[in-house]
Design a protein around this ligand. Structure first.
Ligand code: ADP
Length: 424
């Protein structure tokens, strides 16, 4: 090791240690991102100091490590790679010198040497990068990436080093925080509205029972019956709201389990058979054995199919049919094709007007509020279904013709390379 190289190594070790300490402190403190940014900036300053007047890395050294970034020692690269926040280093021409693993999750792999504007298309972020490159000012900007699942970030852009300048772009994921804010706002607005109706009914009947119905045994029995139904409605609403909150908070975490949809559909059908029988509805299932399992969490997927089958019964035709089916299909073509399990729930009930179909998965949206209430609906069932399916990287397709019935199809990725039993 030459003297210069050892000075550089010491400088890098110091900087990496500093960054690690800052990150640790920041993880305990209020604004982790600023600590991280300060650490990164310190590290970058040391890069420029350490590389001043240095000879370029020997080509033999570079050839030994194909992942080497010019001017970025392996130790620093390793520290950056381990950062949980997405980070990229941009050179003076706007090209990406380095993007860590977390950043690959945002902009894809193969980012290095591409221009930043080809990777991040959000105008406000590019403007922040441009401003920092031009003026040296540190800038922060919030932005949203809409696909595949909407995510909110705060981008921090800082310049480090002298000539040639190095720009650091660090992203801080605000998705969970934004979601929590949104949930709180929705909860207050919608839940209070939905809870007010049964609550008003309960208070009204309490007054009546204390007042003129005090000695009327027959009225008392009738009112207590209605009060039980209203209290039950409130309980269902609270259960659904809690369920939705839980699912939404996890929506951006892909599921890891494996679940047999065939077994799960049979279980849902068995649980809802008494309800179907009460409306004289024939509930049929055709789900072949031997299909690969779905990638997904059982407890969430059972909720999907219970909600869909329950809806088919609720909005189905008295004396009609509900068909539950399962088949294997494919999404995409060629080598990228993915096996999908397609579970369908079809009814021959009242159907849904075309204009209402895209709105069905909105919270509290109902085609006919009165009818939904009569059937004990909360208006949250399909919102829950949509969020679970999104989390499972699946799709929900709804087809309906008013007067003829509706079909709800859920597409879920099958477990790759699962042992599949051949069916005769
Ligand atoms: P709800 O608790 O009101 O049933 P959902 O979110 O499950 O709430 O469904 C939203 C609305 O979609 C329902 O109120 C109903 O108008 C309509 N809907 C859902 N499933 C069906 C179906 N199978 N047939 C007709 N309409 C349906």
């Amino acid at each position: 090791m030459t003297g210069l190289t050892s000075i550089r190594s010491i400088a890098w070790s110091l900087a990496a240690g500093m960054l690690a300490a800052l990150l640790l402190m920041g993880a305990l403190g209020a604004d982790r991102t600023w600590w991280a940014l300060a650490g990164v900036a310190a590290l970058a300053v040391v890069v420029s100091i350490a590389s001043l007047g240095m000879r370029p890395a020997r080509s033999a050294d570079r050839a030994a490590d194909s992942s080497a970034v010019p001017g970025l020692p392996p130790m620093a690269r390793d520290v950056f790679e381990r950062l949980p926040d997405p980070l990229m280093l941009i050179d003076a021409t706007g090209r990406v010198m380095f993007a860590n693993r977390a950043m690959h999750g945002v902009i894809g792999i193969d980012a290095e040497r591409k221009h930043v504007s080809a990777l991040l298309r959000t105008p406000s972020v590019l403007e922040a990068v441009r401003r920092t490159m031009a003026t040296g000012e540190t800038t922060s900007v919030e932005f949203t990436l809409p696909v595949p699942v909407q995510r909110n970030y705060q981008a921090h852009v800082a310049r480090a080093g002298r000539e040639p300048a190095l720009t650091i772009l660090l992203l801080h994921d605000l998705t969970a925080m934004k979601r929590a804010e949104q949930m709180r706002a929705d909860f207050v607005a919608n839940a209070s509205h939905e809870l007010r109706t049964p609550l008003a009914a309960l208070s009204g009947f309490i007054d009546t029972l204390r007042g003129h119905a005090r000695d009327d045994m027959a009225a008392r029995e009738q009112f207590l019956g209605i009060m039980t139904v209203e209290a039950e409605r409130m309980r269902r609403l609270i259960d659904d709201l809690l369920s939705l909150t839980r699912i939404e908070q996890n929506e951006h975490v892909p599921p890891s389990g494996e679940t047999s949809l065939e077994a799960l559909l049979r279980e849902a059908v068995a649980a809802l058979a008494p309800l179907a029988a009460a409306d004289d509805i024939t509930l049929e299932i055709s789900a072949p054995k031997g299909l690969p399992p779905a990638v997904g969490e059982r407890d969430e997927l059972i909720q999907v199919f219970q909600n869909l089958i329950h809806n088919a019964i609720k909005y189905g035709r008295q004396g009609g049919h509900v068909w539950v089916s399962l088949e294997l299909g494919a999404a995409g073509t060629g080598r990228g094709a993915e096996q999908m399990l397609i579970a369908g729930v079809r009814d021959d009930g009242e159907g849904i007007p075309q204009a209402a179909v895209p709105r069905l998965t909105e919270r509290f949206y109902r085609v006919d509020v009165k009818r939904s209430r009569e059937k004990g609906g909360t208006g949250l069932g399909l919102a829950i279904v949509k969020h679970i399916v999104n989390r499972h990287q699946g799709r929900l397709l709804i087809e309906s013709r008013p007067g003829e019935g509706s079909t709800f199809r859920v597409f879920l990725p099958a477990v790759r390379d699962a042992a599949v039993t051949e069916m005769s």
